[in-house]
Design a protein around this ligand. Structure first.
Ligand SMILES: [Zn+2]
Length: 323
């Protein structure tokens, strides 16, 4: 049975239970730490713990926080929040996309060198804390509203994909992929992993729910990878109605290798720009609890069985982590 590293220790895939596969406790774009707008750690901790306790009461036992290493990842903050809330949290090693991440230090390294960085984190811990990540994050494309739409995987992103594949093969940690919804590069991501000999049962192509393209979903699911319907509530990118229509349609024809989440950020680091604030204000349901409160009841109403909901929220995360 594989061992999963959560921030509070190890568990097995059987111990995961109801899992939100993609949420963030902290996030900030590179450079936020030089912004004297500051970070009220005790205040942020209190509100994050409240939010985690709320979802624990709604039945959530585990949360995957796939924050890349350069986007405000904070192992010690996350450990304290996990201990205080009682929710198991799994963090990530790995780098973000070329448009907004991958600091210069990494841009001149080859895939084997970056893989070694990831493997060290997976076996020794993040930021010299000894707290180990349990998954590997990759990213392609940009972010809707913040960057141009990408038409292909950028060179540094491809290097990081190959590094992720090699670190996965060395450690067994699964790979979780950010693929921008506009011009999504999930297929090309799988092509790189295929060249690297990765078993697609360990690959989650994220942010698929905002794509709304059945051909994209079929292409990825038929190759054996998982897809993330992991941005419920971000209605500035796609309405929940569209996400639900795609999800219910896929389930109706027998595709259920799907995992659910919100990609919510509990604590933004540094000041928030006016545009970004407007983006978030237009998403009143974007939270850690929206799926349990509003989306699962809508799935039930549409005839999706309790068993299928359990498949997406419990059995699929377990299988993805090797259980
Ligand atoms: Zn995310």
């Amino acid at each position: 049975m594989p061992t999963i590293h959560t921030v509070t220790g190890t568990c097995t895939p059987e111990d995961l239970g109801f899992t939100l596969i993609h949420e963030h406790l902290t996030a900030g774009f590179p450079g936020w730490e030089f912004d004297n707008a500051g970070f009220d750690r005790p205040g942020e901790m209190a509100q994050i713990v409240d939010k985690l306790k709320e979802i624990k009461d709604l039945g959530v036992t585990s949360v995957v926080d796939p924050c890349p290493m350069e986007l405000g990842r904070d192992p010690e903050f996350t450990l304290e929040a996990a201990e205080k809330s009682g929710v198991q949290i799994i963090m990530a090693t790995g780098l973000y996309n070329e448009a907004l991440g991958i600091p210069p230090h990494f841009r001149s390294l080859d895939a084997d060198a970056i893989a070694e960085v990831y493997e060290r984190e997976l076996t020794e811990g993040m930021n010299r804390t000894g707290i180990k990540p349990g998954i590997i994050k990759t990213a392609t494309g940009g972010i809707p509203g913040m960057t141009e739409t990408a038409t292909d995987i950028a060179p540094c992103e491809e290097t990081c994909l190959r590094a992720a594949a090699r670190a996965h093969k060395a450690t067994g940690a699964p790979i979780l992929c950010h693929n921008d919804e506009l011009g999504p590069l999930g297929r090309q991501t799988l092509d790189v992993f295929e060249e690297e000999g990765v078993d697609f049962n360990s690959v989650l192509i994220g942010h698929a729910c905002g794509v709304g393209d059945m051909r994209y979903y079929f292409d990825i699911l038929e190759r054996g990878a998982w897809i993330g319907f992991d941005r419920f509530g971000i209605e500035t990118i796609a309405s929940d109605k569209m996400r639900l229509a795609s999800l219910i349609g896929l389930l109706a024809v027998g595709f259920d290798r799907i995992m659910l989440s919100h990609d919510h950020v509990g604590c933004w680091l540094g000041r928030v720009s006016d545009d970004w604030q407007k983006f978030m204000d237009a998403c009143p349901n974007w939270s850690y609890s929206h799926i349990m409160k509003n989306i699962l009841p809508q799935l039930s109403k549409a005839g999706v069985s309790e068993g299928t909901i359990r498949t997406m929220t419990v059995d699929n995360p377990r299988s993805y982590f090797g259980g």
